[in-house]
Design a protein around this ligand. Structure first.
Ligand SMILES: [Zn+2]
Ligand SMILES: [Zn+2]
Length: 361
């Protein structure tokens, strides 16, 4: 017990609800009056580089063990700060480098973060007693704050820099009083003063579906017991990627845009950009479109095939392990040309815009 007390640091903040490892570590460093780089160099020397990697994703065990020891945080509290908790939940094969399903890319280059992978809700930051960054703000599936009904942001509104709170105070050698983590490291703008934008809703039913998905993920990330089906979130990812792209014989996104009356749809016309690096409002639109298809998949996917917005063989392409119901829906329903049978069983509620679309095969 005596040993334990010796190990405790003078400042031993515990992680806040849903707090990211990097946010916790920066708060601890600032609490000790040090920049996070100086703090880590003092503790771990130059051999163990932390800030040239995405530490929330890498989350080395020795670092978690050390923070546990010196702050008195529990194993559970420390492990809950890392993006590893989404392994097998949102991500199929968690690895340390390369794209990961639904995890925003930081695109680390030395200590700089070039990618806009760290999102935030300005109102959450405003309401915090101490500003801190949440794990869910690193997720591509999370584009809006359900508590404040607003879009997340992913950059400083004043200078367009990506959020890099670990760089606060860099280049200022005598810094000992630190600005809150909500401060832009580049121009010192306080992200709490950013004006949050409302979410544009394209279809109420699809939006409610998306809200429920995000709400489950918020609960899971906060440590509540929620069952998230990896196959279902992978299907949602697949569908979101499909509505985001356009090809010669493939314009599913435009089809959904027509069906829901959206006039601001723009596809991403390159395969090289991962969904995890699309801008927040763009991802939000694509996810609402994908949700619209998944609210009533048998009817709406069938309708999309008939409108020649997509060929049915694309619906399963590149999907390694789809949910059984979806495979069945694509193989046994959509692939069939027995339209009268299909339509008898599922009343197709076409909106008036469908009149403009050629419904023959
Ligand atoms: Zn919020
Ligand atoms: Zn700025």
């Amino acid at each position: 017990m005596a040993r334990f007390h010796q190990d405790l640091w003078p400042i031993r903040y515990k992680p806040l609800e849903d707090e990211l490892l990097s946010s916790w570590l920066v708060r601890l460093a600032h609490g000790h009056g040090l920049k996070v780089q100086s703090f880590c160099n003092m503790l771990y020397g130059n051999k163990r580089q932390i800030w040239n990697r995405d530490i929330d994703r890498l989350a080395p065990q020795w670092l978690l063990d050390d923070l546990k020891l010196h702050t008195g945080a529990t194993q559970m509290q420390a492990e809950q700060t890392t993006l590893r908790i989404f392994d097998g939940v949102l991500v199929k094969h968690y690895r340390e480098a390369g794209p990961l399903q639904w995890i925003q890319l930081m695109q680390m280059y030395h200590r700089k973060r070039e990618g806009y992978g760290q999102q935030f809700c300005p109102i959450c930051l405003q309401e915090d007693k101490v500003s801190y960054f949440r794990k869910t703000w690193r997720l591509a599936i999370k584009t809006m704050c359900l508590k404040h009904n607003c879009m997340l942001m992913d950059r400083c509104p004043q200078c367009d820099s990506a959020v890099s709170y670990h760089r606060i105070g860099m280049g200022q050698p005598n810094h000992v009083e630190f600005d809150p983590l909500s401060t832009c490291h580049e121009c010192s703008f306080d992200l709490r003063a950013a004006s949050a934008k409302p979410v544009k809703v394209y279809n109420e039913e699809a939006f409610d579906w998306l809200r429920r998905v995000v709400s489950d993920i918020d609960d899971f990330s906060a440590g509540k017991s929620v069952k998230i089906d990896l196959k279902e979130v992978s299907l949602f990812h697949h569908m979101t990627a499909m509505v985001s792209k356009e090809r010669n014989r493939y314009h599913l996104g435009q089809h959904v845009a027509d069906m829901v009356g959206a006039d601001d749809y723009v596809p991403i016309n390159t395969n090289r950009v991962a969904l995890e690096s699309y801008q927040c409002h763009v991802r939000n639109q694509y996810m609402q479109f994908a949700a619209w298809l998944l609210v009533d998949p048998q009817v709406r996917l069938h309708q999309a095939c008939r409108a020649r917005a997509i060929r049915h063989n694309f619906l399963l392409r590149d999907m390694k392990d789809p949910p059984a119901w979806y495979e069945d829906c694509v193989n046994n329903r959509i692939a069939t040309r027995a339209r009268p049978f299909f339509e008898r069983r599922h009343k197709i509620n076409l909106d008036s815009r469908a009149d403009e679309i050629d419904l023959t095969y």
